[in-house]
Design a protein around this ligand. Structure first.
Ligand code: GLY
Length: 287
């Protein structure tokens, strides 16, 4: 889903863009693609047939964040979230408050419900659906030449979600977290489950205490997954990507998971995490 967006982001970073601009353009590439049914234009609607967006952004230099939740009718939820990181208050807006803000600021509008998404909604609305099936959020963690780390996330959330339901994607510390002195992390999967462990903050906190990005991502998911299984008998899907201040990266998951990486030494590369003998291993994905 994010391969082309990561390529765009990486080119921008190579040409001296900030991590903020580069992660936004990467996320927008996914938001604008109608064939992805969990983000932006072409996203699947909620129970009432509305495509409703959540998005978040965090600047690792200042720790300022911006977020929108349950927002409908705009071209890019991610760009609205980024602009909300500018003040010291009112940084997270939801529903009509988010829409009013976006309208006042002149952000481009768009009806994100495509004919194809509408058809899927009409066909599936009577079925018993699992709450989560496959990838749902686009998450970028970027590090630029000035050493700024930031995260930008965007999703239309779960297909057939209840009106007003908000997942992890716009919640700082849950769906994303960035600290340029340490690293950044962002999550995808079942928002309610990710929230139970404040997963993105848990990963950055582990990096702060000396773990590598890979150790932090892997151990945070493993611990939350085990804790939920112990308490509830099951754990729903969750995955997280991580990047430290030196550019080392990692990922953790409890479900087969694909993600992309690009850096100075490596062209955009797609990786997958698969389970082998009870452990999750990361491999380059073959085409
Ligand atoms: N991870 C996106 C959501 O749960 O809405």
């Amino acid at each position: 889903m994010a391969e082309q967006g990561v390529r765009i982001s990486a080119d921008m970073l190579e040409n001296h863009s900030s991590a903020k601009e580069a992660t936004l353009k990467g996320v927008q590439d996914v938001e604008n693609n109608p064939s992805f049914h969990s983000v932006g234009y072409g996203g699947l609607p909620n129970k009432e047939g509305h495509v409703v967006m959540d998005a978040g952004y965090m600047d690792g230099d200042t720790l300022h964040f911006g977020a929108v939740a349950a927002m409908e009718g705009f071209y890019s939820a991610a760009e609205v979230a980024q602009s909300l990181a500018e003040g010291d208050a009112n940084n997270f807006r939801a529903g009509t408050g988010a829409e009013k803000y976006a309208e006042e600021k002149g952000f481009a509008k768009r009806d994100n419900l495509t004919e194809e998404a509408k058809k899927i909604y009409e066909e599936k609305r009577m079925e018993e659906l699992k709450p989560y099936d496959g990838h749902d959020t686009v998450c970028f963690v970027g590090l630029d030449e000035k050493g700024t780390i930031c995260t930008t996330t965007s999703t239309s959330g779960l297909f057939m979600k209840e009106p007003g339901r908000v997942g992890d994607t716009p919640m700082p510390g849950v769906g994303f977290y960035a600290d340029s002195e340490v690293g950044g992390a962002a999550a995808t999967g079942m928002g309610e489950e990710i929230a139970k462990g404040a997963l993105s903050y848990a990963v950055v906190d582990r990096m702060k205490r000396g773990m590598s990005a890979q150790e932090a991502a892997e151990s945070a998911v493993k611990e939350l997954d085990a804790s939920l299984k112990k308490r509830n008998g099951y754990a729903q899907p969750m995955s997280v990507i991580a990047l430290d201040k030196d550019g080392s990266w990692g990922a953790g998951t409890n479900i087969e998971f694909t993600f992309c990486v690009a850096n100075e030494e490596m062209e955009t590369t797609v990786y997958e995490m698969v389970e082998q003998d009870g452990e999750w291993v990361t491999k380059k994905k073959e085409n």
